[in-house]
Design a protein around this ligand. Sequence first.
Ligand code: GLV
Length: 318
Amino acid sequence: MRVFVTRRLPEHVLDRVRAIAETEVWPDEMPPSAESLREKTAEADGLLCLLTDRIDAQLLEGAKRLKVVSQMAVGYDNIDVRACVARGIAVGNTPGVLTETTADLAFALLLATARNIVAAERYTRSGEWRTWSPMLLTGPDVHHAVLGIVGMGRIGCEMARRAHGFSMRILYTANRTHEAAERDFGARQTDLDMLLAESDFVSLHLPYSASTRHFIGATELAKMKSTALLINTARGAVVDQTALVTALQAGTIAGAGLDVFETEPLPLDDPLLLLPNVTLLPHIGSASHATRTRMAELAAENLICGLRGEPLPHPVTA
Ligand code: GLV
């Protein structure tokens, strides 16, 4: 059997795959082009891919041997799952192992944006720091503020746990009530309008799909407090980024902390880069040593089960 792995992964993970299949690993730092991906996948029984690889019907058309697509990420909006399922190709992802690490980053982004950590760090290095100054680099308090969590899945619930530790009042939107989060963290389920109107911080934890595209647009931003901050560690296109820039420029909301963007990497001429009231990160939600290693291991486990025709530990269904 043959496997194509679209980026270098820890050697012990690759060794597990090599033990059962002839394994080719894309050697570059940059992802394979659509053409290279098509060429390599045409020969493969298994594909281990990342969110930067587009797995669409056209690619699958030429991949006659393919049995499994294993994604090293929890989100899988880069994969046409329906097209995979229609061809009997199993799809796997890596949920669970990155939940707390991603919630840590989301909370760090919230704190950093509220307390001007990036600007303060630059200021410290710049030579401008001349004395302790009463109102220098002041921002809103995080403790006892209201956090609105949009999407109360695994990561949203872990965000609530962190917020509870900071004595925050927690509102959330979800398609079901989360009794444990209500009991343990005092979280309260609301509709989106109320969450937007009452929250000092709005943190997005929704998967991206056609139904969540531009979930937060001009209308929703206008419903937020002018002092509020928006935190997005989900997917860039959950927010209408053009509307967000306009809202930030106009003072409709006070700031944003973003780990994800509609186009990644964020183009160097993007207007977000000119705004002072944003913290911008390069999609590093799950980037701890242990979590990225565990994600690679889990992706290998999904891949190996798929190659053997066994049920995947973490299957994705259409
Ligand atoms: C990262 O964004 C992931 O979906 O795992």
